[in-house]
Design a protein around this ligand. Structure first.
Ligand code: NDP
Length: 497
């Protein structure tokens, strides 16, 4: 087998590996192919990266935002030129099918271009003063050094959601990617390097969440932490950051429902549920993990779904005929199989799948059959995030019960309703407890120009993407300009009408 290509850390504009550094490898979850060897960063590496980012900050902050935008446009052009190549790396390292690997890169391109445009907006507000000859406005200022900590499931899109938004606002960044997808992270950073981002503005430290992540979260020079990942890690990062009053933005898990009503277009819904539940092998924070089915169409829809799953191609993610690749790692496989055991033990009815796929090429990777359980509200299967190709189906009598079931989980990221009744669709937009609601579309499919995030345990109130991303990475300064040439006292001086 060919030797794994070696990659270093990217600090202060240079790729380097500290002498004697420990290393780790990432592997293709479909066949074990090595994707590269990476430095297992240490707290000292983090300190150096934060130091470089702190040093680069004043000049980057003072670079006009439209100029920062021009660099981002070059980043997007790099991704565009290398889309096929990077898309393949995404599929090989993370396991999503090639169309989705390309889609991951396309989302990065879309977002970086969108943020480049923000360089000509970064809008504040102007409002009237209660005094004469006084001007009141707000301006946006960068926060300083920010840490971007990202998961493996969108290994080029999510890092760019954070990095491009942080940079356009004038922050400098230390990026700590998921260890599973370190190669994708290297490709993400290479585009910024090629685009001419000045040294220290973007730094990459690979290595374990425990040591690299903690060192980043603890460093007093890091003003803000943008984290996407699981609830338990997110809670740890939040609490740790809170101890030193760092700003922490969290995007966490989901348990997203499709509410399928008796008047739905079942053919349309079938495609949506299949894509929502089994796209990216169910490893999307917005994956459809619960199908809440009206009793009038319950048997009919379930039959349609199971029939389609009889010929749902699972296999090598680079094969264009395949619709679902492997899950991302051995740990993922174990966790998902454990949930399948839990489902069985709590009395859910397994309708299809429920096992690791074996034999032939399957033996070289982590493949799980698309799995459907009929289960009941309140069960662990129907409540906890599985993050795999496991769909829980729940039967309800009517819309009201459907909404109750949809809302009785601790998460609130995405949601969907299939109905032809426009009144009911608008009621669902009001009633579903989630940051995102789709009507007649699955729970997945975010677009970068709109805010993304959730309520309840899905996060702590912020939003990524869209213009909302600017909120995450700027501080607001309020400015009063008094041009009256005298002392004027708000709330005290009388002002004649
Ligand atoms: P994890 O929470 O395990 O890891 C996320 C990131 O945090 C990784 O880079 C990880 O590094 C790092 N990390 C681990 N421990 C610490 C620590 N103590 N301090 C700081 N950083 C740490 O999540 P996964 O990577 O497994 O991602 C899956 C999760 O992400 C799912 O729950 C999913 O729902 C959620 N997600 C949410 C999204 C949203 O926008 N709401 C979008 C996509 C995913 P390392 O890899 O080295 O362990």
């Amino acid at each position: 087998m060919a030797e794994a290509p070696e990659f270093g850390l990217f600090v202060d504009g240079r790729w380097s590996a500290p002498p004697g550094a420990r290393r780790f490898e990432t592997r293709n979850p479909a066949n074990g192919e090595s994707m590269g060897s990476f430095v297992s960063g240490t707290p000292e590496d983090v300190r150096a990266a934060v130091g470089a980012a702190a040093k680069a900050f004043p000049a980057w902050r003072d670079t006009p935002a439209p100029k920062r935008g021009e660099i981002l446009l070059r980043v997007a052009a790099e991704y565009r030129a290398r889309k096929e190549e990077i898309g393949r790396i995404v599929s090989r390292e993370m396991g999503k099918v090639l169309s989705e690997g390309r889609g991951d890169v396309q989302e990065a391109i879309d977002f970086v271009e969108y943020m480049a445009g923000e360089g000509r907006r970064l809008a504040g507000e102007t409002v009237p003063s209660e005094l004469r000859s006084k001007f009141c406005l707000t301006v946006r200022q960068p926060k300083g050094v920010v840490a971007c900590i990202t998961p493996w499931n969108f290994p080029t899109a999510i890092p760019n959601w954070k990095i491009a938004a942080a940079l356009i606002c004038g922050n400098t960044v230390v990026f700590k990617p998921a260890s599973n997808t370190a190669r994708c992270a290297v490709e993400v950073v290479k585009a910024y390097e090629a685009a001419g981002v000045p040294p220290g503005v973007l730094n990459l430290v690979t290595g374990p969440g425990g040591s690299v992540g903690n060192a980043l979260v603890d460093d007093p020079r890091v003003r803000s932490i943008s984290f996407t990942g699981g609830v338990e890690t997110g809670r740890e990062v939040y609490v740790r950051g809170a101890k030193r009053l760092a700003m922490v933005h969290l995007e966490l898990g989901g348990k997203n429902p499709v509410l399928l009503m008796e008047d739905a277009d079942l053919t349309l819904a079938l495609d949506g549920v299949l894509f929502g539940a089994f796209g990216t092998s169910g490893q999307r924070c917005t994956a459809t993990s619960r199908l809440i089915l009206h009793e009038a169409v319950y048997d009919r829809f379930l039959d349609l779904l199971l029939k389609r799953l009889e010929r749902f191609p699972v296999g090598d993610p680079l094969d264009p005929k395949v619709e679902m690749g492997p899950v991302a790692s051995a740990d993922q496989e174990q966790k998902i199989l454990e949930y399948i055991r839990i489902g069985r033990s709590e009395g859910a009815t397994l309708r299809t799948g429920g096992e690791k796929l074996t034999g032939g090429a399957f033996d070289r990777g982590y493949f799980i059959a698309p799995t459907v359980f009929e289960t009941r509200p309140g069960s662990r299967l129907a409540t906890e995030e599985i993050f795999g190709p496991v769909l829980s189906v729940l039967k309800v009598r009517d819309y009201e019960e459907g909404v109750r079931v949809a809302n009785e989980v601790p998460y609130g990221l995405s949601s969907s309703i299939y109905t032809r009744d426009v009144n009911r669709a608008f009621r669902a937009i009001q009633d579903l407890e989630a940051g995102i609601t789709y009507v007649n579309a699955p729970t997945i499919g975010a677009e970068v120009q709109l805010p993304f995030g959730g309520i309840k345990n899905t996060g702590n109130g912020g939003r990524e993407a869209g213009s909302a991303a600017i909120e995450e990475f700027t501080e607001i300064k309020t400015v009063f300009v008094d041009f009256s040439s005298k002392l004027q006292k708000a709330q005290i001086d009388p002002v004649a009408p």
